[in-house]
Design a protein around this ligand. Structure first.
Ligand SMILES: [Zn+2]
Ligand SMILES: [Zn+2]
Length: 153
């Protein structure tokens, strides 16, 4: 509850947006978050503050705030999530074995984005969906277990 309602209201007003209790509650939650928040968790927190608001209304408001340029959505392994536009973008990696999530700075992916753009003319956005793979810990465990079980070719 650090971000004051005033600063959220100012932000909305600066964008020329109408203030509604839902918008204030959603933006209030996201102002305090330093990364994307899963929409279902966000909806639960907003409904704690505004018991009369339905989950559908929270989702509709999130969608609206995104179209107004305040928020952006990402697809995490844990579900649809939203973050403030002002936050730095990340690429997310999710381990298929243990489910751990790793955020990678967008800059790390720049060389790959550049390569794809040069060779295919395509502007890839690796920050929109989580990438599946295997984390270092699980990969190590797999290699150790695999070496013991599999005969060498
Ligand atoms: Zn999407
Ligand atoms: Zn793992």
């Amino acid at each position: 509850m650090a971000a004051s309602t005033d600063s959220v209201a100012e932000l909305l007003r600066a964008q020329g947006l109408r203030m509604t209790p839902q918008r204030l509650a959603i933006m209030g939650e996201l102002m305090n978050a330093d990364d994307a928040m899963v929409a279902s968790a966000l909806a639960a927190r907003v409904r704690d503050k505004l018991p009369g608001v339905t989950v559908a209304t929270v989702y509709r408001t999130l969608d609206h705030l995104e179209r107004l340029g305040m928020l952006v959505h990402v697809h995490l392994a844990s579900g649809l999530a939203y973050r403030r536009v002002a936050l730095p973008q990340h690429a997310y990696l999710t381990c298929g074995s243990c489910g751990s999530e790793l955020a990678v700075a967008q800059g790390t992916l720049r060389p790959l984005e550049e390569l794809i753009r040069r060779e295919n003319g395509f502007r890839a956005d690796f920050t929109h969906h989580t990438s599946a793979g295997v984390c270092a810990t699980c990969a190590d465990a797999r290699t150790a277990g695999g070496a013991a079980r599999l005969p060498r070719p």
